[in-house]
Structures are given as structure tokens and as C-alpha cells.
Design a protein around this ligand. Structure first.
Ligand code: HEM
Length: 956
């Protein structure tokens, strides 16, 4: 009998084609069963537990003291063939309580029942107080050695491989909340280094809400669900959040990032990571450099659009968690490059006028490029979520020699908070002994006892000094690998509960972010603010938020005000004059497509020739093919067999990055023709497309493509309709012949070269992101092979372009001629040069800018003081003049600092001062740096003269 319903017809056909044992697991498909397929009947032969799946691994099997045990990891938790109690006694029944007769009361003597239920009753531990929901993976960090000049940390030395465990998370939601909410994402990395554990506990946003950790409980209370009804879950669209961030305007910058596309990432694999704070690196000579850490994803930075994020929350709340695990299982191992921005370690700890201790600030990459120092690859999923992802304990105080902290007040609070919370969360002080937290380097502490102590210590004298245990353990020195705090000079001060004045500017950095956004990114930000504030009940909160927006940008404020139906206020502070930072925009660039999910829609009636080859091509390109059919099962037989992974009932459009139609897939039996993608439009209007015009640039996710600026993208952001209107539909059999048959076409999709833009080299593209921008653009996808881009051998330290700018022989005249940016930097550089000359072992002492002042330190200080004088005359704060004097008199206590006139009279000025070629080269360099400012000052000087580096006539 023929079946009228197409869905049922398809299902029957598939069922008929199912063969015994036909559904073998397929390579590269996520969710594969383990190495052995289970039998339908319950197994009867006792056997050992199955090993983990190939994509999984647990923590390395080391003892609590970091000793490799060589034990088989699969046996560490369970071993033997028979069910036992926790005490290893074999059991014959675990389904029935011990009773006085089958219908009688349960007996108190049932020790198995007691143990089993007791343990279950205590299976839950408190979730993290923040970042409760997360997903993690094991991997390896390979260092390039480029950071060796600025840090002695062993894990950053050349070609060192360090095992890592990385946990990604949302901040606000509880452990069971959804993944694709608008929120900050955590990006925490545990490096198991040869010198102990180093944790880099960062976020996907480079700035933070608050400047001082004492406000952390407040901002979290405001962001978490309201305490009366405990709603809303995992989101910021509510009154208490906006009440807090509008009353604490330091939160403006972070909030703006949250409202941008960064708040809804496409995938954990497509996020940047940031250490946020400024850290201090120390090299083997003891010289220090301030740095900010960055993770740059190989796959680029991509986001969802809001409608997709919301739909995904419903259809797959585990979207990010699944995406990470599936990609790893499919062999598309996610990769990030670790990079650092470097800054001179000056007493005022500012760079280009940016206070490096203020965690609401970032330093634009155009001012301080991110320099790659190593590569992270995640290649194993955890084998047990609780033991690894849930029990891992990160801490910003887990440091190794060569990496130190700064006095950022937010960081100070974190240094206290993490260990404290983990005592409650993990039930006592011995959580470092949990397998996932164990260092891989020897542990020899004097910490003893406590809940859940697993180490069996010997000896009688866990104190120092002792004689009873032979004096063990001994103390190390810096030369034997001890972590020695950097002896940073602390300025003389009184105890106060205050923030420095430099923390008071809350709007110029948000304005820079806003100005750096492309039009579509701005549209999304406006929509996000309008949505979030529209969910607030309190009028006062909305009005206050509009005031904050007015201080960022009046247009942003006006657009949101229109959406809220409120008047737009005027700014209450002068709008900051800041330059855009193109690196902040997600738009621009072409990226590999590893791990993207391709739906291949097939039907039993269609022409299925080539589907297996297409699957293989997708897999070869490190993407994940999921076969979708009206019903489940297997098509064909032998080599041409195709297994169905999703049915019309179980698949959702938001799951896929692109869809391929193989043949003429059947109409969904439950489809509603007018608006349901499962009821395909009439065949005539089905659009055969070529890879040159469609493919990734039209893929549904994200806004990172220039082509996403088009009407389709605008339509999607304005009209929350069915997202499948933006799908790329490729018809394998309807496409022109070359497209159908040529593997090249497939390769071009896989490499993300679908638009004309992609064919140009990376350097030609506007708005190119620094970091991962492989020179062959998207063509350099690496598949599951380890991606390796050799960075320059030496790190360029910020300040290596150090210089004292002397367009004139007169110090004061030179200072007066400098633009504000150069002037601010010159204070710091004069100090750096002085230290290069006077502090033994200090960096940069071989730099020509240092050498030319040799023997004329006092003249250099005079130059620095003149610069500081012009700087402060404009009402700006300065600490460099004091430092110059302190440093100089510390080494030359006998003298003060003479005027330039006096120095000239005493023959204490360097011989090159007054050399016309020298001063002309500086005028030329200044013209290069800021033509607008210096061209009118030095109209007759060309911009391309090389620096003249004169020698001193004195030696050290
Ligand atoms: C730059 C600012 C901050 C960043 C980047 C940051 C990042 C993170 C991350 C990534 C996690 C999750 C770690 C994991 O996956 O297990 C986390 C957890 C946590 N953070 Fe922060 N955080 C910041 C500020 C703070 C501050 C100021 C405090 C407290 C004063 C704090 C307290 C905590 C606590 C208590 C946890 C839970 C830790 C646990 O239960 O193991 N954080 N943070």
C-alpha cells in the first residue's frame, strides 16, 4: 500500500534499507558511541570497564606530589569486572533493598542500601559563586621562546611544551543555565609547568566592570537574579543590573562590550581571551616589563546574532558546550595564539597616558601590538565532567618565577578571593590534591592534615628550621628556581579608602570602542541596549542609562532613546577626542572554517550520488558534516552507505553553519508551507548557488563578514524572523557541473574563500586584525594538523623605539615643540634611558638611544625635567620628574641637576648637541609620527630621513 504522507513514506523506505549491523559509527561525527557497539541484549559476561573514547582523556596520572604514577588512567576510578561496594566487597544485587519478605519492611541492617543512598545524597557540591556554568578541555601549550627576553618563566622558553586544562564559562547563570546568553565569558587556563602551576584566569572581554575588588560582591548581587523571585536567570536585562552599572559609571566600558556582539559568541573556539590586568614579567637579569596577555583564536572572532542566540537557548541550551566537545571529537582541534602587549615598567605605570593599573582600560593594539609568544591547542575532551571541569580550581595567585602581579586593586582582591571560595566549594583545604589540580612538578610543602587529606606524609617536623627531619625541606633562592616577589618601590602614602585620580575617566575608552565599530556592529549595540533597558521596569534606571550613553556618544543615546520612547539627554561631560582602534571591530578578515557544522539534507527519493564524497570532502576540510533526513536510519549499502544523524524532528536550523541539499529531499510531513523551511519553496525558486557568490559570507552565524552588512543582515537584525532565511542553500545536484564535480569548489568553501574579498591577500584587506592573520589569509587552514606559524624570533619590546626627541639643541625648546602624546611618553623614556645608563643589569643598555647619553646622565635628567615641566604646565599630573631626581641622586648623591646653561658652561653637554643633521633627523621622525602636527612646524624637512645615532665621547 502506498503511503501518502511523505514523512512516513521516507521513514518506511529507510527502515527497509536498514541492514543488520549497518549503523556503524562514522569517523568525525560527534556523538559517536565508544570503541565497542553495545548489543541489544543485556551483556552477561563480566568484564573490565570500557576505556574512554578516543577524544577523551582525564588529568595526567600523577600523585598528589606531582610524581608521574604510570597508572592506567581508565583504572584509576573503576577496576575489576564485578560491581562492588566502596569497600571493594562484591555485590550480587543492587536493585532490591533487604526486606523482611518481598512485601515486608526494609531492614536497617541493609549496609549496601545505606552506603548507596548516603553517597547519592551528597553528590552535589555548591556551584561556583560566579562562572558556575562552563565547559573545558585538555590541551598543550607550545611556546615560541619569543618572550624569553622579558621573562624567565620556563613554560615560555623556546620550544617548551606544557600540558594545559582550559575552562570556558558564562558569569551570571547557574550551573544548569543556557550557553548562548548575553554575558561575559570566562577563559581560564591552567598550565601544568615544570616550575609549578600557572593559572591565567581571564575573560573574553579585555576590561572589567569595576576597578576595585571590594565592589565585586555588589556587581554580582546586581547581575544575579533578583533576590525576591530569583528571576531572571543568566542575563543582565533587568533593573538591578542596570541600576548598578549606571550608578557606577566605571562599568560603562565593560557594559558596552557586553552589549556588543562580543556578549554572544558563536563558539568558545571563536573568542579572544584576555588576562585583563597588567602583569609584571621578570627576566633572568631581573629586568621587569609590564604586560597584558591576549589569546587570539585561530578561527577568528565571531558572534551569533541576537535572534539566533535566543532561539538556540531554547533548542540547544548546551550549544557552546556541545560545539567545543564536538569539534574536538571531530578532530578540529581549536587553537589560540598567546600574545603579549609590553610596556616599560615605569613608576607611574602608565602607557600613552593610559593607567595600566585601571582594569577598565585597555591599550589599543595600534599603540602596543600583540606579540605572539606561544600556541595553545585543545585536543582532548574531559572523560568526567565532575572530576575535571567542576572540580578544577583556578587562582590568579598560582604564579611561577618570571610572572608577577601588579598593584591593580581588582587583582589584589582576586588574589584573596579564589582560594577562599574554593574551601567552601570543594569542602576543605586539600583541593590542590584533586587529580585535575595536581601540579606536574614536585610538591614539598609543610601543609598537613585537613579534610580529605590524601597524601601520607612521613617525618615528624613539618616546620622550619628543624633538625629532626634533617632540615628538610630546604629553601630555594632565585638561582634555584624560587619565586621571589619583585622588589617594587611603594610610593610614600597615607592609608586611605580612595581611588587615584587617573581612575576617574569613565567615558573616553567606551567612546573609543563605539567609534571603532562598523555600522552593523553599532546597529547591534543599539538593539542590545534597547532590548535590555526595555526589559527594565524603573523609569529612573532607563533615564540614568541614557545619560551614560549620551556621555559615550549622542547618536548612540538618541537611537536607544527612540527605542525606549524617552527624550535623549545632553552629555554632561565633554566628549573625549579619541582615535578609533580598528582592531576592536570584529568585521574584516577571513578565517578558517574548522569545526563549522554542515547539514547535508538528503531524502530517500533523491539522487544520492556523491553524498559520501561530499561528506568526505567536508571532513577533509575539518568541518563536521551532519546528514539530515526526514527520518532516521541508513541509506544505501556498502561504501555508498549514508547514516542519518539528524531528522527533521531533531534538527534545528540554528545548529548549522550551512546547509547542502543533496538531490531533492522530501518535504517534512509536519511542514507548514507558507513559512516553514521544511516545506521547501517550489523547485524553480530553489537557488543553485556557486561557491563564489555564497558560502561563508552568507553563513548564518555572526557578523564578522563584510558581506553580512548587506540587506539580508540588516533584515535579520531588525526583523526577528525565521533565521533560515539567511541560510546558504547549496544544491549539489542542481549546481552547475564544475561546481558539482570539482573538489576545488569544496576546498574553497572549506577555506572560507567564498567571497571576492577572500581572494585578496590578508594585508590588502581593510581593518585587518592583528594576531592571527596568516599571510595566505584563509587559505592556511590547518585541519586537524597542528597549526604552526613561526613568529619572529625576537620579541619587540615596547620602548625599543625609545628616543629622546631633540628637534632643537635647546632642551626646553624641544619639549615645548612636542605634541601631547610624545610629550607624555618622553617623560617615561627619559627615565628608562637613565636607568639603562645607571642601573646595572637594566634592559636597553645597549640601545643607541642609551649609549649616546653615556657620561652625560645629568644632561639627560635636565632634558627629562624640561619635558615634565611642559607636561605639568598644562595641568597634568606627573610622577616622572620625582623619579628622575630620585634615581639620579641615588647614584650621584654628590650633585644636584644643573640648568642646561650651566651644564654648557661646565662642558657637561653631549658633543652631538647642536649637530644640524642630528636635529634634522629628529624633526623628520616627528613628521613621520604625526604629520598633521609637525608638518607646519618643520615644513622644509622631508619625512623619510633616517635617524642619526651619534656616539658619546665618554665611556661608562
Ligand atoms: C578581571 C577581573 C576578573 C576576571 C577576568 C575573572 C575571571 C574569572 C573566571 C574565568 C572564573 C572562572 C574560573 C573557572 O573556570 O573555574 C572566575 C571565577 C571566580 N571569580 Fe573571578 N574574575 C574577575 C574578577 C573577580 C573578582 C574581583 C573577584 C572577587 C573579589 C572574583 C571572584 C571569583 C570567584 C569567587 C570565582 C569562583 C571560583 C571558584 O569557585 O573556583 N573574580 N573568575
Amino acid at each position: 500500500m502506498s503511503e501518502a504522507n511523505p514523512l512516513k513514506r521516507a521513514a518506511r523506505k529507510i527502515t527497509n534499507s536498514l541492514q543488520d549491523n549497518g549503523a556503524t559509527p562514522e569517523e568525525g561525527i560527534p556523538g559517536r558511541p565508544g570503541p565497542e557497539s553495545p548489543s541489544v541484549a543485556e551483556p552477561t559476561e563480566p568484564r573490565d570497564p570500557l576505556p574512554p573514547k578516543p577524544d577523551q582523556s582525564g588529568p595526567d596520572t600523577v600523585s598528589p606530589t606531582g610524581q608521574p604514577t604510570g597508572a592506567d588512567q581508565a583504572r584509576m576510578a573503576q577496576s575489576g569486572s564485578y560491581l562492588t561496594t566502596a569497600q571493594s566487597t562484591r555485590l550480587y544485587d543492587t536493585d532490591h533493598s533487604l526486606k523482611a519478605g518481598p512485601r515486608g519492611p526494609v531492614l536497617l541492617q541493609d549496609h549496601h542500601l545505606r552506603e548507596k543512598v548516603m553517597h547519592f545524597d551528597h553528590e552535589r557540591i555548591p556551584e561556583r559563586v560566579v562562572h558556575a556554568r562552563g565547559a573545558a578541555a585538555h590541551g598543550v601549550f607550545q611556546s615560541y621562546g619569543t618572550a624569553a627576553s622579558v621573562t624567565k618563566a620556563a613554560f615560555l622558553s623556546e620550544d617548551k611544551e606544557t600540558p594545559v586544562f582550559v575552562r570556558f564559562s558564562t558569569v551570571l547563570g547557574s550551573r544548569g543555565s543556557s550557553d548562548t546568553v548575553r554575558d561575559t565569558r570566562g577563559f581560564a587556563t591552567k598550565f601544568y609547568t615544570s616550575e609549578g602551576v600557572f593559572d591565567l584566569v581571564g575573560n573574553n572581554i579585555p576590561v572589567f566592570f569595576i576597578q576595585d575588588a571590594i565592589k565585586f560582591p555588589d556587581v554580582i548581587h546586581a547581575g544575579k537574579p533578583h533576590p525576591d523571585r530569583e528571576i531572571p536567570q543568566a542575563q543582565s536585562a533587568h533593573d538591578t543590573f542596570w541600576d548598578f552599572v549606571t550608578l557606577h559609571t566605571e562599568a560603562t566600558h565593560h557594559t558596552l562590550w557586553n552589549m556588543s556582539d562580543r556578549g554572544i559568541p558563536r563558539s568558545y573556539r571563536m573568542m579572544e581571551g584576555f588576562g585583563v590586568h597588567t602583569f609584571r614579567l621578570v627576566n633572568a637579569e631581573g629586568a621587569t616589563t609590564l604586560v597584558k596577555f591576549h589569546w587570539k583564536p585561530k578561527l577568528g572572532v565571531h558572534s551569533l546574532v541576537w535572534e539566533e542566540a535566543q532561539i538556540t537557548n531554547g533548542v540547544d541550551p548546551d550549544f557552546h558546550r556541545r560545539d567545543l566537545a564536538d569539534a574536538i571529537e571531530a578532530g578540529a582541534h581549536p587553537q589560540w595564539e598567546l600574545g603579549i602587549q609590553t610596556f616599560p615598567d615605569t613608576p607611574d605605570q602608565t602607557f600613552e597616558g593610559i593607567d595600566l593599573l585601571d582594569p577598565t582600560n585597555l591599550v589599543p593594539e595600534e599603540l602596543a601590538p600583540v606579540q605572539p609568544v606561544g600556541l595553545l591547542t585543545l585536543m582532548r575532551n574531559p572523560s568526567n565532567f565532575f572530576a575535571e571541569t567542576e572540580q578544577v580550581a583556578f587562582h590568579v595567585g598560582h604564579l611561577v618565577p618570571g610572572v608577577d602581579v601588579t598593584d591593580d586593586p581588582l587583582l589584589a582582591g582576586r588574589l584573596f578571593s579564589y582560594l577562599d571560595t574554593q574551601i567552601t566549594r570543594l569542602g576543605g583545604p586539600n583541593f590542590p590534591q584533586l587529580p585535575i589540580n595536581r601540579p606536574h612538578a614536585p610538591v614539598n610543602d609543610m601543609l598537613r592534615d585537613g579534610m580529605h587529606q590524601t597524601a601520607v606524609h612521613r617525618g615528624v617536623a613539618p616546620y622550619r628550621p628543624n633538625s629532626l627531619d634533617g632540615g628538610c625541606p630546604f629553601l630555594a633562592g632565585a638561582d634555584t628556581g624560587a619565586f621571589v616577589e619583585t622588589p617594587v618601590r611603594v610610593p610614600e602614602a597615607a592609608k586611605v579608602r580612595e581611588a587615584p585620580e587617573s581612575f576617574a575617566d569613565h567615558f573616553s575608552q567606551p567612546r573609543r570602542f563605539w567609534l571603532s565599530m562598523s555600522p552593523i556592529e553599532r546597529e547591534h549595540i543599539i538593539a542590545a541596549y534597547t532590548f535590555e533597558l526595555g526589559k527594565c521596569y524603573e523609569q529612573a534606571v532607563k533615564e540614568r542609562a541614557l545619560q551614560v550613553l549620551a556621555n559615550i556618544d549622542p547618536n548612540l543615546c538618541a537611537e536607544v532613546a527612540t527605542g525606549l520612547g524617552l527624550p535623549a539627554p545632553q552629555p554632561t561631560v565633554p566628549l573625549a577626542e579619541v582615535e578609533a582602534s580598528p582592531a576592536l571591530s570584529q568585521v574584516g578578515g577571513t578565517w578558517p572554517t574548522d569545526g563549522r557544522v554542515i547539514g547535508i539534507v538528503i531524502g530517500p527519493d533523491g539522487d544520492l550520488r556523491g553524498v559520501s564524497a561530499v561528506r568526505e570532502a567536508v571532513l577533509d576540510a575539518s568541518m563536521v558534516p551532519l546528514v539530515v533526513a526526514p527520518a532516521g536510519g541508513v541509506f544505501g549499502s556498502g561504501e555508498g552507505m549514508v547514516t542519518v544523524q539528524r531528522t527533521y524532528a531533531t534538527a534545528r536550523s540554528v545548529e548549522f553553519d550551512a546547509i547542502l541539499l543533496a538531490g531533492t529531499p522530501g518535504v517534512g510531513g509536519d511542514a507548514y508551507g507558507a513559512r516553514d523551511a521544511k516545506a521547501f519553496p517550489a523547485p524553480r525558486s530553489r537557488r543553485p548557488v556557486t561557491p563564489a557568490s555564497d558560502c561563508w559570507c552568507r553563513r548564518p552565524f555572526g557578523t564578522a563578514r563584510p558581506s553580512a552588512r548587506g540587506p539580508a543582515a540588516r533584515r535579520s537584525s531588525k526583523h526577528p524572523g525565521c533565521p533560515s532565511t539567511r541560510r546558504a542553500w547549496w544544491s549539489v545536484t542542481q549546481a552547475p557541473a564544475p561546481w558539482r564535480s570539482s573538489p576545488v569548489c569544496w576546498a574553497s568553501i572549506a577555506r572560507g574563500t567564498g567571497s571576492g574579498l577572500c581572494e585578496r591577500s590578508a594585508s590588502e584587506r581593510p581593518g585587518r586584525r592583528p594576531g592571527f592573520a596568516p599571510d595566505t589569509a584563509g587559505l592556511s587552514y590547518a585541519g586537524s594538523r597542528p597549526f604552526r606559524r613561526r613568529p619572529p624570533r625576537r620579541l619587540v619590546t615596547q620602548g625599543m623605539t625609545m628616543q629622546t626627541f631633540l628637534p632643537f639643541p635647546d632642551f626646553a625648546a624641544s619639549a615645548a615643540a612636542l605634541d601631547p602624546r610624545r610629550l607624555g611618553k618622553q617623560r617615561v623614556e627619559a627615565l628608562q634611558l637613565l636607568r639603562g645608563l645607571m642601573v646595572p643589569g637594566y634592559g636597553w643598555r645597549h640601545h643607541p638611544a642609551v649609549r649616546m647619553w653615556t657620561g652625560y646622565e645629568e644632561a639627560l635628567v635636565r632634558y627629562g625635567l624640561e619635558v615634565c615641566c611642559v607636561w605639568t604646565a598644562a595641568g597634568r599630573a606627573d610622577t616622572c620628574a620625582g623619579s628622575l631626581m630620585t634615581d639620579f641622586t641615588a647614584h650621584r648623591a654628590d650633585v644636584g641637576v644643573r640648568t642646561q646653561e650651566r651644564l654648557a658652561a661646565d662642558g657637561e653637554l653631549p658633543p652631538w648637541l647642536g649637530n644640524p643633521a642630528f636635529h634634522r633627523s629628529h624633526r623628520s621622525a616627528l613628521r613621520r609620527k604625526d604629520p598633521g602636527f609637525y608638518a607646519p612646524l618643520f615644513p622644509d624637512v622631508p619625512e623619510d630621513l633616517p635617524y642619526v645615532w651619534p656616539a658619546s665621547d665618554r665611556s661608562r
